[in-house]
Write a protein that binds this ligand. Sequence first.
Ligand code: URA
Length: 467
Amino acid sequence: MYRHEVRDFEGWRAAARPLLAGAVRPEDVEWSDWRERRLADTSGGDSRPPDNSPRTPVISRRLLHLLEDLACYRDPHRWEFMYRLTWRVLNQNHDLLDNDADPDVRTARSWEKAIQRDVHKMHAFVRFHETDTGDGGKRYVAWFEPAHEILRSAVPFFLKRFPNMRWMIATPDGAAHWDGDHVEFIDSPKSSVPRADTTHSLWRTYYRNICNVARINPAVMQRDMPKRYWQHLPEAGEIKSLIHEGGVKTHRRLTTPATPDDLRIPQAIARSLDRIAPRADSPLTCKLCDLWRHATQAVVGEGPADAAIMLVGEQPGNEEDLEGRPFVGPAGQMLDTILLRAGLNRGELFVTNSVKHFKWEPRGKRRLHKRPDAQEVRACSTWLDREISNVAPRVIVALGATAIRAVTGSSAKIEEARQTILRHQRGALVICTYHPSSILRGEGDRKAELMQALEDDLRRAKRLLTE
Ligand code: URA
């Protein structure tokens, strides 16, 4: 009998690897969780791996990702379950994960779902409290009680969202500290988190303003935001009164036309939240031109940090500005359709824009896109250039005239720019092509022609990776 006490996924992996290599059967291994301390005495068993391992087990990426999720599931039997599942995939059925009727696969899927839900909840419900560091600086601290041990899985989201704040998120399983440069995981006591502060009231105000009372459905709300999260949510104090006000406000909203002020309130508050931790060298707090004044937030690029292909658009549109992500509106949907036709997976690309703030002008109740001028594109080139240098793509696809200018400096017409492949100063090959928005504006044959052209150019980009 082999015995292992495991603390985390890495520990399990290190212990499981030699056992799997030796094809040790699941019933011959006893796993325990370090929290249980069940193995106070291990003298009765052999915890060393078998010698003369005949082969190194090869675990697919798909299984590995699943195991990473399962390791977060708060169940003392998770380690033995993970070993049994892996052993069965390696020794009984390589396609086991495709068999939805298998009880182990069903358990794995339900655990995986629970973990993903829990991570999502943590992203949505963590609230930072402002604290002084003692050296004149600020640190933002949050306490959160996830159902599972998901701190490490949830942290990348906060690193991306709040790169310029110094923050700590404490959970019953430990804490994550971010000092602006690197993240550290430690144990941490709950008592160090303060109760009320200025950020707290900012959240309450923010919540009151973004809350669409006309759409509050108390039952659905409680299902998505269970009451156990409420004690750590500053805005929870607003929920009751908002539900109460709902009826009155709904009526008023339905009978009064929206004004430009309706747009300004959330924008102003979002900017106040941004100012919590201003830093001169971040696009999130950039004021190199005036576009930040009327935008909800800066929209930076997203995608794998080592993506081989980078797509560069013009600037965020209305939906992108509100959601904080590039190409999620109508142009993004057109782009997704054509990427699919070209055999490219958006999840593998880095998608960004030449300009990070939405430039718009009011037209009735709507915010109409306005093309950024050369000076605004130049000001924002700092951030685009940083993304290009960080991601170091092998191919850049410049979508539309603004992106062509931002990436290559050329003001050539698209038809002409499409004819050549250029080289960016940081080494990437550059393909110039049409912007999905121009396809949306096209009609009939012209629309089909532009779609085909963009698809062909994206295929060319893909081919360049293998040439
Ligand atoms: N148009 C762009 O250029 N970028 C977006 O993110 C959305 C629309």
